[in-house]
Structures are given as structure tokens and as C-alpha cells.
Design a binder for this molecule. Structure first.
Ligand code: AR6
Length: 199
């Protein structure tokens, strides 16, 4: 599944294991400690090797002694992974929806893309941040992921490809539905704009 955003920019949704992605960077759904955990975080550290953890420890000591705040992102090299960089971000823990979870999840995507742009990267892969241990409901999380990635990719100077990598078939179905909904709403926006332009 893909959305063509113009200027050769692509937003893709694929099912798979993000540790196998050979994009310039992959994003890690980390926690504030940056010192590893379960889920995708555990898989990335296992597959990438100890050098990623050592770089995370240095970042903790120098730039983020109190931990990486929710919604922010930092980059490390990717050790043995096929990607060149891992961009570690912290998504929000779902607390029922009234604790700025949507805003913080969008920020995790946006800040990861900002870090990738600073590094001049052309491709980036995301897992479904916050939808595992952190309990963010899958549908709104998919909508935020698609919308934020599309908006930021349109404005990006270096990035040409963003892949949203989901782990299982159920998540893929949810992304498919959200992608259809999203591209329909985009068409409506485009029509409105072209009507305005003609006036
Ligand atoms: N590739 C792609 N997606 C994956 C993979 C993989 N190899 N493994 C799991 N997922 P989670 P969170 C999916 O729990 O909710 C960790 O302990 C998974 O199916 O990894 O942001 C951290 O250290 C789910 O849809 O991240 C934090 O403490 C999605 O990745 C905490 O969990 C995210 O699930 C972060 O929780």
C-alpha cells in the first residue's frame, strides 16, 4: 500500500519486522531511559548489538540526564542492522485520551522526521509507536501516524520515502482502512483548493 505525495515522495505501509528494513534509518519505540526494553525496542537492541546501547548511555549522560522526554527523538548509529541510523523516540503511554496522548504521539513522529532531516536522510521506517506496551488504541494511532508522516514528508527537503512498518495482519488491516479514509479526505481537500483557485 502506498500514497504518492508528488515530487517523487512516497508514503508506504508494509507488514514485517522493522529490524530488517534497509532504509537510511529506522525509528525505535523506546522509553525515556533509552536503555532498552521489550517489543520493538528489545528487537532493535538484540539485532543491532551492544554499540547501540552504549551510544544511548552516552546520550543519557551528556544530553538527557533526566531521560528523553515523551514526544522527542535522538539518533544513534545502527550497529549490525541494515539501516545506518536508529532514531529513538518516546511515544505516550495511553491514559484514556485526556492526557495529550494524540499530540504527544504526533510529536514523536514529527521529531523523528526532524532528526532524519537534520541528518540529510532520504528514507525512514517507523513502527506503530505506542500501540504495544503503551496501549494507544490502534485506529487513532494509525490515523496520527499517516497524517503526520504525510504532512511532514510533503515539506521535507531530503526525505523521499517513509515506510510505516506494522508487525501483524490485524494492524495492516487497520492501516489499510485509515489509508483509504485519509486519501479520500485528501481528494476532498484538493478539490476544494482547485475550486478556490479558479475563483
Ligand atoms: N517490527 C515492527 N513492529 C514491531 C516489532 C518489530 N520487530 N516488534 C513489535 N512491533 P511496543 P510501545 C510492534 O510495545 O507501545 C518497550 O518495552 C508491536 O506489535 O514495542 O511504544 C519500550 O522499551 C506494536 O504494534 O512499543 C517501552 O518501554 C508496536 O511495534 C515500551 O515498550 C509498538 O509496540 C514502548 O511501548
Amino acid at each position: 500500500m502506498r500514497l504518492e505525495l508528488g515530487n517523487g515522495k512516497l508514503l508506504e505501509v508494509v507488514q514485517g519486522d522493522i529490524t530488517r528494513e534497509a532504509t537510511d534509518a529506522i525509528v525505535n519505540a523506546a522509553n525515556s531511559s533509552l536503555l532498552g526494553g521489550g517489543g520493538v525496542d528489545g528487537a532493535i537492541h538484540r539485532a543491532g548489538g551492544r554499540s547501540i546501547l552504549e551510544e544511548c548511555q552516552r546520550i543519557r549522560q551528556t544530553r538527557h540526564p533526566g531521560g528523553l522526554p515523551t514526544g522527542q527523538a535522538v539518533a544513534t548509529a545502527a550497529g549490525r542492522l541494515p539501516a545506518r541510523y536508529v532514531i529513538h523516540t518516546v511515544g505516550p503511554v495511553w491514559r484514556g485520551g485526556g492526557s495529550r496522548e494524540a499530540e504527544l504521539l504526533a510529536s514523536a513522529y514529527r521529531e523523528s522526521i526532524r532528526v532524519a532531516e537534520e541528518l540529510g536522510l532520504s528514507s525512514l521506517a517507523f513502527p506503530a509507536i505506542s500501540t504495544g506496551a503503551y496501549g494507544f488504541p490502534a485506529e487513532p494511532a494509525a490515523e496520527i501516524a499517516l497524517r503526520t508522516a504525510a504532512d511532514e514528508l510533503r515539506q521535507a527537503q531530503h526525505l523521499r520515502l517513509i515506510k510505516l512498518v506494522v508487525f501483524d495482519a490485524a494492524a495492516l488491516n487497520i492501516y489499510r482502512q485509515e489509508l483509504e479514509r485519509f486519501s479520500r479526505s485528501e481528494k476532498i481537500e484538493r478539490t476544494d483548493r482547485s475550486i478556490k483557485n479558479e475563483n
